[in-house]
Write a protein that binds this ligand. Structure first.
Ligand code: ADP
Ligand code: MG
Length: 252
C-alpha cells in the first residue's frame, strides 16, 4: 500500500483584510516526512496549518493531499484524519485522559477506540494504567502535551500538525517531549508539519526545514543545508541566534 500523507502546497496566498499572512507559497512534503516550519511570530506559520486543516481557505492557489484538492474533501472528515497539537494541548478539561484520547476514534466510529487510546498513550511514554483515568488538571504541562500528542496519533491520521507544541515547557521537560515525539513519529511514519519559532528544535527533529519570513518562503532545505548554506542574511541571523543558545563547545 502506498503510504498516505503527501502534501503539495501550490502557489498559496492568504491575507486577513489588508494583512498578507502567506504570499505565493509553494512547497511539497513527502509522505512520512517531518517538515519543520520555522519563523518569528507573525511570519504565517499558524495560517499555513489552518489552511491544511481547512480552518481557513487560500485566496489564491491550492493545497493537494495525495493528489486530491483539499477543497474537494469534506472539512469535518478531513479534520478527523489530521492530528493537531496546539501549544496548550487543547484537552477537554471535563473529560478524563482516556476519553480525550478516544475522541477522534469515537468520532470515526472505530470499534477499537479504547485499545487505540491505550496504544497511543504507550507510544508517547505514558502508562495507561497510571494516566488513562486522570483529569487534565491532574497532569503536569509535559504530561498534558504528551496526552495531546497521543490524542493526535490515536486514529492513524494522514497528517500530524504541531503548532509550537513544545514551546511553553521548561527546557528539560521540552527535551524529553521532543524525544518522545521523535520516537513516536519515526515509529508511525506519519507526515508531520512541525511549526516552531525555535530553529534548534527544527534542526533536532525535522527531515527538512522551511524558513518563513513575513509570509514568504526564505529557504527550504535539510538541517545540514540550512546551517551550512544559509540562503539569505535573515537565515544566517537565525542561525547565529540559535548558536548563541548552544553550549560554548558546539559554537563553531
Ligand atoms: P505565526 O503563527 O507565524 O505567528 P500567523 O499565521 O498567526 O503567524 O499570522 C500571520 C499574519 O497574519 C500576522 O501578521 C497576523 O497578525 C495576521 N493574522 C493572523 N490571524 C489573523 C486574523 N484572524 N485576523 C487578522 N489578522 C490575522
Ligand atoms: Mg502561530
Amino acid at each position: 500500500m502506498i503510504r498516505p500523507g503527501a502534501l503539495d502546497i501550490r502557489d498559496v496566498s492568504k491575507s486577513y483584510g489588508e494583512t498578507p499572512a502567506l504570499i505565493a507559497l509553494s512547497l511539497q512534503i513527502a509522505a512520512g516526512e517531518c517538515l519543520a516550519v520555522v519563523g518569528e511570530s507573525g511570519s504565517g506559520k499558524t495560517t499555513l496549518l489552518r489552511l491544511l486543516n481547512r480552518l481557513a481557505e487560500p485566496d489564491r492557489g491550492a493545497v493537494w493531499l495525495d493528489g486530491r484538492a483539499l477543497r474537494e474533501l469534506d472539512p469535518n472528515e478531513l479534520r478527523r484524519r489530521i492530528g493537531y497539537v496546539p501549544q496548550d494541548g487543547g484537552l477537554l478539561p471535563h473529560w478524563r485522559v482516556q476519553r480525550n484520547v478516544e475522541l477522534v476514534p469515537r468520532l470515526r466510529r472505530l470499534a477499537d477506540a479504547e485499545p487505540r487510546a491505550h496504544t497511543a498513550l504507550e507510544l508517547v511514554g505514558l502508562d495507561p494504567s497510571a494516566f488513562a483515568g486522570r483529569w487534565p488538571h491532574e497532569l503536569s504541562g509535559g504530561q498534558r502535551q504528551r496526552v495531546a500528542l497521543a490524542r493526535a496519533l490515536a486514529a492513524d491520521p494522514w497528517l500530524l500538525l504541531l503548532d509550537e507544541a513544545f514551546n511553553a515547557l521548561d527546557a528539560i521537560t521540552r527535551a524529553d517531549l521532543q524525544d518522545a515525539f521523535d520516537r513516536a513519529r519515526r515509529k508511525t511514519a506519519i507526515t508531520t508539519v512541525l511549526v516552531t519559532h525555535d530553529l534548534s528544535e527544527a534542526l533536532r527533529l525535522a527531515d527538512r526545514i522551511a524558513v518563513l519570513r513575513a509570509g514568504r518562503l526564505e529557504q527550504l532545505g535539510s538541517p545540514a543545508a540550512v546551517v551550512n548554506r544559509p540562503a539569505t542574511q535573515y537565515v544566517e541571523m537565525l542561525i547565529q541566534r540559535a548558536r548563541s543558545s548552544w553550549p560554548q563547545e558546539l559554537r563553531t
